[in-house]
Design a protein. Sequence first.
Length: 546
Amino acid sequence: MGEEAVQSFSPMEEESNSLIHKLFPSGISDDWNNNPEFHTYLHKLGSNGVEHLNKEVDHLVDEKSTVLNQTRELAFSNYKTFIRTAECAREISSKFESTEHQISSLLTKLPAFGTECEQFSQVSSGIRTRRRLNTLTLTLNAQLLQLLELPQLMDSCIRAGLYEDALRLANYVKKLERRHGDIPIVLRVVEDVEKSWVCLMYQLLLHLKSDLQLPKCLKVVGYLRRMQLFSEAELRLKFLQARESFFQSILQSIPTQDANEHLSKVIELSRTHLFSIVSQYRAVFSDDETSQNDMDHFEGTHFFAWINEKVLDFLATVEKDLPLCAPSSLDSLLEQSLYFGLSLSRVGCDFRGLVAPIFIRTISAHFVAAMDKADVKLERDMEKFTLPSVTSEGGKSSRSEMMEQQPPNELLDYYIFADYCNSILSTFNDLRLCAPLPLVDTVTSRLQSSLCAATQLLSVFQRQEQQALSSNEKQSLSRLCGVMAHKLVPHVQRCLHVLFPLGDLAEYFGVDRSQLEKEGLGYLNQQTIIEPISQLLPIGSKAIHH
């Protein structure tokens, strides 16, 4: 049935298409083709006869006229509506265009808007996180304040000298760093505390540069050890450097105008403070003396190098100041120096064997200088020397400060030789206060040369003036030579034995007295001294023996 129905309609469709082709050879527009009434009208036309088709034209004209008339009447009666409709259509069209433009613009901006929305979403997420953190921060405000005040509390403890509390705070901050080292505020607190940690180190080192007793010294070094900023070797070096700074500041504060006072103060303060520093070092760094560890050996070597340097500095100061000191003060300075060396001997730093030669050289130089001065003065006085024509048999003289017996009274008639004798005895008096036994050879030989020079001056005087001398003056000269040979030279010998007792010399050199005389230690060669004036001695004078 379905196939027959399709076959029944097919001839009609073919006729309709043939008619359309004939009526519209150029083809139908799409608007008409899509209009269902167009096809219905064509079908109607196709079903009419010829007569009816001839009337169809007039019918269409009449219908067109009627429609036009109706349209005119409609337009005339509703022209305002049409105008409004046209305006609305134009306005709607304009708005549609604007809307289309805006939609296009919106479509252009939508990707960026989407991106910004995503960014806003992320930012808002961060804001929510920060808001939550702020809320938590507000809840833990008290604990956070305590954390933030740790650096300030550390500074306060250091300024107040509460080093134990400062070390505890530092250890607490280190624990915080290990647990919460990824938190910026904790890292900032750690940095501030580390700055205070360095200040604590400098303040402790500053204490070591001051005058501190052993208990406090032990505490300070203990704090430095707990800080763990230095190894044991570095801590020893820092300790010695700090105490060195303190020691030098003490020495530099001593006035240098008076050499006696300066050297005396140097000895006293060096003895006090060096012994204290050595004792502190040994108490703080208690080493095993028998340890063979290389590091212990190095550290011990460094310490003894330091103490050796201090001893050498002291000896250099003694070497510099001692020649400027008065001879009368040498005995007290030597006593102080030896006591200083004895004090350091208790800690293994005895230097008495090094300081004694300095005093011996200085005393020797003073003695030689005094004898040189006496020789020069005698030589200068001999240029204007005149012999007295009348001499006394003796006179009253003051006792020597050194000797119980008086010097030869006969020298009072010859004032320049009396002055020469006084110069020798004055030199002996200065030497008596501090007369080291090793100086006996120097003193003896210098006295020998001085007395030989004196007798030589008399011999020269006799040769130059013998033609002009009267008999009384010749007798006076002979008497003077006798006093020199039999009074002055033996008196100087006796003074020399008082100055250097023979028993002490024999014990010191480990020989007997005869060997001392043979070697000329403490004995003048009186024959050599009087040899230049032997021809001028009074007739009948006895020979002089040693």
